[in-house]
Design a protein around this ligand. Structure first.
Ligand code: ATP
Length: 248
């Protein structure tokens, strides 16, 4: 039987009188690359924000590795092993790539203080180097983040998200604003990362994720329209209907 790392049960999110997410129940399998897809305004970002702890659901529950995490604070999500990378770049532009990741690693070491022995600082720097290498930025450590290309900045941000050694990595539109070349590089990075941990990503371009994901969750008008393997989704008439004419 497949093990669920994250379970959403009846998630609903209202903004004033508007319901952006309606009673969504879905399970995410451990060590599986899952994409949340759907047309514009389907509720993908809202769902992402709820499952990543950015804001609580209006109703419904979430469980991570069997533990109820509904309403926990953002930093508690990170501590438990859930990391996320946003649509908006989250880096410090005036710091080097290495410093950006080092700060993220340092933030995860709660008892770190400036008077710790030098070996510990060296340890943090080693971890930061390893994370940069993991996302394909080995050797780019000294470059200022602001001088990096958009695709490189997104990879850097993912390296920062990986600093808490997450068992679940959540990515919101990781290829947004990227060139075709950068998109290809990002898709390869995601596949590599998914070999070692559970990855869930939000994407509105269905074609892009069909080839790399093991499971897809389709939202439409804030509701769960379909879920299954890429083949299941390709064969689903309702999904074809909502995507028809969108060319995605
Ligand atoms: N903070 C908010 N206040 C009010 N309405 C919101 C808020 N956030 C999202 N919505 C509305 O909820 C609906 C779903 O939005 P959401 O951003 O979750 O969709 P999406 O599938 O991510 O769309 P896109 O692919 O265009 O980014 C939209 O109609 C949006 O206008």
């Amino acid at each position: 039987m497949t093990e669920l790392i994250l379970e959403a049960e009846g998630l609903t999110k209202r903004f004033g009188g508007f319901t952006a997410l309606k009673d969504v129940s879905v399970g995410f399998e451990r060590n599986c690359l899952t994409a949340i897809i759907g047309p514009n305004g389907a509720g993908k970002s809202t769902f992402f924000n709820v499952i990543s702890g950015a804001f609580p659901p209006t109703s419904g529950r979430m469980r991570f590795e069997g533990r109820d995490i509904t309403g926990l604070k953002q930093h508690e999500f990170a501590r438990m092993g859930i990391a996320k990378s946003f649509q908006i770049t989250n880096i410090f532009p005036h710091l080097s790539a290495l410093e950006n990741v080092r700060v993220a690693v340092q933030a995860m070491h709660s008892r770190f203080d400036l008077w710790r022995p030098r070996e510990n600082l060296t340890g943090l720097i080693d971890q930061a180097h390893a994370l940069l290498a993991l996302v394909g930025l080995g050797g780019h450590g000294p470059r200022l983040a602001r001088d990096m290309a958009h695709g490189e900045q997104r990879a850097l941000e993912i390296a920062m998200a990986l600093a808490c050694e997450p068992r679940l990595l959540l990515l919101d539109e990781p290829t947004a604003g990227m060139s075709p070349e950068e998109t290809k590089g990002m898709m390869e990075l995601i596949q590599r990362l998914a070999g070692e941990r559970t990855v869930v990503l939000v994407e509105h371009k269905m074609k892009l994720v069909m080839g790399i994901c093991q499971r897809l969750i389709v939202l439409h008008h804030g509701e769960l329209l379909a879920q299954g393997t890429p083949d299941d989704i390709r064969a689903n008439d309702e999904v074809r209907r909502v995507y028809l004419g969108q060319g995605k």
